[in-house]
Design a protein around this ligand. Structure first.
Ligand SMILES: [Zn+2]
Length: 253
């Protein structure tokens, strides 16, 4: 085993260990999620202390200590910081939600090579986004993350009868089976209904590069509908309720 790892990384969570140290959960480009200890980072004077806040893009130098059976951070190079995410509460909630979703659902393996750039680019867009665009990057992140995780529902055809949604007026989300169905295949009265714009938007933007997708607008009603449906979808792929969704803060910004 290689004891020294150098990798691009985004800190998803940082917690204090005693007075002096910090424990970090990092999404790395090459090694999935790694838990590591930044010794001395709890002290103001340490070189590491200002660098271990969540959501910055970093280059990490990690050393695996076989005696303690844990990774230690030996050095950090800061690559990009996103000051607006720390300053603006609405942006901070979104980034915290992304971090929690990844921590609770990431299954490792080859996925990190795709999740890392998605998160890095989404944070960069979120940092710069006008208030109205924050929801769009939120929606894009969730939909693409579901795609990488293999949980993206079919948005072309009804999952039950195969009918194309292009000539269907009513399109519904079946929460129980994480499927999208037509009105003929409705199983309950209170199913969430897609607006025409929301489904078209997903279909059109999902093949675009992330930054290009941000140029496509969406009406407010469709934004709200998509957020609600996508929150239900992601809640379905994690075992426990997501804390960042529990408080309802994400629904109203
Ligand atoms: Zn159907």
């Amino acid at each position: 085993m290689n004891r020294n790892i150098k990798t691009d990384s985004i800190i998803l969570r940082s917690r204090r260990i005693g007075e002096l140290h910090k424990g970090l959960s990092c999404l790395t480009r090459s090694n999935g999620i790694i838990d590591a200890i930044a010794y001395g980072a709890g002290k103001g004077k340490s070189k590491l202390s200002g660098l271990v806040d969540p959501f910055s893009l970093l280059h990490l130098y990690l050393y695996f200590d076989p005696v303690k059976d844990s990774y230690k951070i030996s050095d950090i190079e800061q690559k990009m910081i996103f000051p607006n995410i720390r300053l603006k509460l609405g942006k901070f909630y979104i980034a915290s939600f992304w971090a929690e979703l990844i921590l609770k659902s990431f299954s490792g393996g080859g996925e990190s090579g795709r999740v890392y750039p998605l998160l890095a680019q989404s944070l960069s867009i979120l940092n710069k986004a006008e208030k109205g665009d924050q929801n769009l990057i939120l929606i894009q992140f969730i939909w693409r993350y579901l795609g990488i995780s293999g949980f993206q529902a079919d948005i072309e055809n009804c999952s039950e009868c195969g009918k194309s949604f292009i000539d269907t007026e009513t399109v519904l989300f079946d929460e129980r089976d994480n499927e999208i169905v037509c009105s003929n295949c409705r199983t309950k009265m209170d199913m969430l209904q897609f607006t025409t714009g929301s489904l078209k938007y997903l279909r059109y933007t999902s093949t675009l590069a992330l930054d290009k997708s941000m140029k496509i607008g969406l009406d407010n009603k469709s934004v709200d509908t998509l957020k609600h449906i996508l929150f239900v979808m992601v809640q379905g792929i994690v075992e426990y309720p997501l804390n960042t969704l529990k408080k309802g803060l994400m629904y109203h910004n």
